[in-house]
Design a protein around this ligand. Structure first.
Ligand SMILES: Cc1cc2nc3c(=O)[nH]c(=O)nc-3n(C[C@H](O)[C@H](O)[C@H](O)COP(=O)(O)O)c2cc1C
Length: 457
């Protein structure tokens, strides 16, 4: 159109077939930050911007009808979406390996308005399924713009400090979508905390402030569950499952008691046969934990193992379980720098269990001995809930059966009753990103290996 400014950089993109504008955004230590917030130093994300499709595909093809209307057509192809999505997931894998923490890929779009973007979401999800180890999410562009302004350092929710895939146009402030405002923020894909919290409380019959009734009684029943709900809105269940892993090196950062309570309260929603809730938890911190660690290390060094309260492992190892166990051991020891046959180094690595891998909070789980196998099953569900709820708070865990070899020591120090079997211990805290063993990504057998679909399934 006469008078239209030229865009030579676009010409280059089309000629060279460029499809991924890689825009790393991070705070560099020692370089002054434009933002005053103390957490600004945590900013670390990458925006990938597709360069030739979306509205840009209309470049030079738009039409002005009469002098009253102008039209540009948006184009999104499967080929480019697949290519860009794969690029993003591979980048996330590389970043995860380098940074020692999972990296999420978030598709930023306006799929609630544009058919082309709903199609892009569909293709993105297909590609995401090829990368089960990388958490994937979606965010509306206006909600993302808000989050990038409000908390660009935030890792627990989008954009999460992770690889973000922004297709179409990064000029969010100009709102090329034709709709102003924050219409993505009130629904599940937006920031969503308020509505989710309301839905959560409604489902549980927890009345909201100002509605009177039996509020006080319900508060006693769920003392910190509202806090848990607020935080759980930060991470969806798939992300929590995908990012849970056994962490064997923690930062010394304290975990507030209220957070531990909120995690355990949320976890207690686990199902149990006839709702008998067989789990018991003993939390240990500070001086008591330090004394226990010292006693456990001494018992470990002396080789003073006692018979466990239960048989965790098969008495006769066989395939495929033996090979999986060996692989885990080798992979872990390789990262820990323990050479094969170096028994002293192996002993030292195992001893780290008894220091709770450096975290300030230790949990012990016990079960009344007179309960049956069903209760052990219930217990497993509770344990997984604890670990997932911890992820909701941005925390990590390591479940530890190692303590069972010295349950006599644990029992004596924590005053556990003889009638209680020690199920396991657990370290809870914030993962140390510099700990080499935290780079371990354990494998899982594919679905075909453990699932049989019956006729018609
Ligand atoms: C009940 C239980 C006890 C475990 N005990 C230990 C332990 O004592 N020390 C340890 O380093 N890891 C322990 N693990 C972690 C497993 O090795 C780990 O879950 C497994 O290798 C899969 O890896 P992931 O948790 O990172 O996905 C335990 C796991 C479970 C479920």
């Amino acid at each position: 159109m006469p008078g239209q400014p030229i865009a030579p950089q676009l010409e280059l993109r089309f000629r060279l077939g460029l499809y991924a504008g890689v825009r790393p955004i991070r705070a560099i230590p020692g370089v002054p930050l434009a933002l005053a917030h103390p957490r600004a130093k945590e900013i670390d994300l990458v925006i990938l911007r597709e360069s030739t499709e979306g509205l840009f595909a209309a470049r030079g093809r738009g039409e002005v009808i009469g002098d009253s209307e102008a039209r540009d057509t948006m184009v999104i192809t499967r080929a480019t979406t697949e290519r860009l999505s794969r690029f993003a997931f591979r980048l996330a894998e590389r970043r995860a390996a380098r940074l020692g923490r999972p990296q999420k890929v978030t598709l930023v779009d306006k799929a609630n308005v544009f058919t082309s973007m709903a199609f892009m979401r569909k293709v993105f999800r297909e590609v995401a399924a090829e990368f089960p180890g990388v958490p994937a999410g979606e965010h509306y562009v206006d909600a993302m713009a808000l989050d990038l302004v409000r908390r660009p350092w935030q890792r627990r929710r989008q954009p999460d400090g992770d690889a973000a895939l922004h297709r179409a146009d990064a000029r969010l402030a100009r709102q090329p979508w034709g709709r102003a405002g924050l219409d993505g923020c009130g629904d599940g894909a937006g920031s969503g905390g308020g509505r989710r919290l309301r839905r959560w409380t409604a489902q549980r019959g927890v009345r909201r402030r100002g509605h009177g009734g039996d509020r006080a009684r319900r508060r006693r029943a769920h003392p910190v569950s509202l806090a848990a709900a607020r935080n759980s809105a930060a991470m969806d269940v798939f992300e929590a499952m995908a990012t849970r892993r056994s962490v064997r090196g923690f930062l010394p950062d304290p975990v507030p008691r209220a957070t531990v309570e909120a995690i355990l309260s949320a976890a207690s929603r686990a199902p149990s046969g006839s709702n008998i809730q067989p789990w018991k938890v003993r939390v240990t911190v500070g001086e008591e934990k330090a004394r226990l660690s010292a006693a456990l290390r001494a018992a470990h060094d002396a080789g003073a193992q006692v018979a466990r309260d239960y048989h965790y492992y098969p008495r006769n190892w066989r395939e495929p379980y033996l090979a999986r166990r060996r692989k885990l051991g080798w992979d872990l020891y390789r990262l820990a720098g323990v050479a094969r046959g170096d028994h002293a180094a192996g002993h030292a690595q195992r001893a780290r269990n008894f220091d709770f891998f450096g975290t300030p909070v230790g949990l012990f789980f016990t079960l009344d001995r007179d309960l049956e196998q069903g209760s052990w099953l219930d217990f497993g569900m509770f344990l997984e809930n604890v670990m997932l709820a911890a992820r909701g708070f941005g925390l990590d865990t390591c479940p530890q059966a190692a303590f069972c070899d010295h349950h006599d020591v644990v029992r004596a120090h924590l005053g556990l009753r003889d009638e209680e079997a020690l199920v396991c211990g657990m370290s809870l805290g914030r993962a140390d990103p510099t700990e080499p063993t935290n780079l371990l990504v354990t494998e899982r057998a594919p679905v075909e290996e453990f699932v049989t679909f019956g006729p018609g399934a």
